[in-house]
Design a protein around this ligand. Structure first.
Ligand code: PLP
Length: 445
């Protein structure tokens, strides 16, 4: 039969939609699924394949189920990178998810003071904990750290000058460029020093009548090594004090506790940043902190108050969900059980403990244990390489790239590391994930 006649045999939409197996299906998704299934059958018919009604109906159901699942799904992170931006950055502690459920599926005192019966402050719920955790006088939380940078500069340096080192004019993944953010905020950027060397005197010499902020930026995913020098946090804070302007540090990832030794990561902690005399410090909620997306600003009370009064605050304000998660995560740090924070646990896990898990996975899969190195991710400690173990697998007759594709397209996608071999870096794997890996590999046998 020629393709014109085959096309005539394609079923009418109504015929598919009214099939009894679709009783109780959502009509919008069903229509979409049937349209796609018929379009596929049309392509096949044009190639000379006879339309098969039953096949089209089954295909419709398959597409329906796929759409119904949604496109945002859980994946298994076998990359060994704990703070993997493309995989959702830090996973949340289970207890934070439990508390979140309790708080957001009903009403809460988000902006209500139960003592006085009057309106309360939504940021109060996290600022107390942040004060205790960092030693700062006060705190506020916004949408993410990018907005924190923008908000701080806009509040204090709009129409004025902000001094920053040339060595810190970085771009952070996802096109966040320090010079561009400064410009957008209305601050006039004054660059000091050179790419590899900036001293306190450079900051001192840049001061004019219009200097409003001295900013320091964590270089995030980039390091200057070799012949280099940078003014310390204390130096910049001192220079700002002498100039009578605000000192602000964009700490990037930020960390409350230091796990990695100095040889691997020289990053200071947020309490140390505050202790060095900085007026304001901001950092992300979902990098080393191990919570959800948020920009956390800590520092001097009168400056935080000014930030809160900026109209932009209303645009950047966070939801109860963010505050609920951060409250739980901060509490875990304060009570000393931060090992329940997955990002913290993965970064601090001993190589022996990773080795035990690798041995289990190797025994289950018949794979080979290999020594490897993981990075922290999220622009935290870019040069840090943590020893880890991987389990390499090989499927007879299958190339590395086909195996990788099979794993990625598995029902629960498995994101492995692919080099000369495909392997699972065990640092970011939980034993609970092993069954899914086994199923995916088992399907190839
Ligand atoms: C990650 C990062 C940001 C952006 O933070 P988000 O929370 O992702 O918006 C800003 N500055 C530095 C130095 C960073 O490392």
């Amino acid at each position: 039969m020629d393709s014109i006649n085959l096309l005539k045999k394609l079923p009418k939409m109504d015929k598919i939609l009214s099939d009894e197996r679709f009783a109780g299906f959502g009509r919008v998704i069903l229509k979409e699924a049937a349209t796609r299934a018929v379009a596929d059958a049309r392509i096949q018919a044009e190639k000379g394949k006879e339309p098969d009604i039953q096949g089209i109906i089954e295909h419709t159901e398959k597409i329906y189920r796929d759409i119904e699942k949604g496109s945002l799904r859980r994946v298994i992170n076998a990359t060994g990178v704990p703070i993997h931006t493309n995989l959702g950055r830090s996973p949340l502690p289970e207890c934070a998810a439990d508390e979140l459920k309790e708080l957001v599926c009903g009403y809460s005192n988000l902006e209500y003071d139960t003592e006085s019966g009057k309106r309360g402050d939504r940021y109060h719920h996290v600022s107390e904990y942040l004060r205790m955790l960092t030693g700062a006088e006060d705190a506020v939380v916004v949408n993410n750290n990018a907005s924190a940078v923008f908000l701080v500069l806009n509040t204090f340096a709009k129409g004025k000058e902000a001094v920053v080192s040339r060595g810190e004019l970085v771009e952070i993944g996802g096109s966040f460029r320090v010079p561009d953010v400064m410009k957008q905020s209305g601050a006039k950027m004054v660059e000091v020093g050179t790419t590899n060397k900036t001293r306190k005197a450079d900051y001192d010499n840049a001061v004019t009548q219009k200097t409003a902020v001295m900013m320091k930026v964590h270089r995030s995913n980039y390091e200057i090594v070799g012949f280099s020098e940078e003014a310390s946090l204390a130096d910049v804070a001192q220079s700002a004090r002498e100039a009578g302007c605000v000192s602000y540090y964009d700490a990037g990832s930020g960390q409350f506790i230091k796990h990695l030794p100095d040889e691997i990561c020289r990053d200071r902690t947020i309490p140390e940043d505050i202790a060095s005399g900085f007026d304001l410090v901001s950092f992300s909620g979902d990098k080393m902190t191990g919570g959800c997306q948020a920009g956390i600003i800590v520092g001097k009370k009168h400056l935080i108050n000014k930030i809160k009064k900026n109209q932009l605050m209303r645009m950047l304000r966070v939801d109860k969900m963010t505050l609920a998660v951060l409250q739980s995560v901060f509490r875990l740090y304060l009570t000393g059980i931060y090992n329940e924070i997955p990002a913290q646990r993965m970064i601090s896990e001993s190589i022996e403990s990773i080795g035990l898990r690798a041995a289990k996975l190797a025994a289950l899969t018949g794979g080979e244990i290999i020594a490897t190195k993981s990075t922290v991710g999220g622009g935290s400690c870019p040069l840090a390489e943590m020893k880890s173990f991987g389990v390499a697998v090989k499927i007879k007759g299958m190339s590395e790239s086909s195996l990788d594709r099979h794993l990625r397209r598995w029902e629960t996608p498995i994101i492995a590391r692919v080099g000369e071999r495909v392997y699972f870096d065990v640092r970011t794997l939980d034993e609970k994930d092993f069954g899914i890996i086994l199923d995916a590999l088992g399907a190839l046998k």
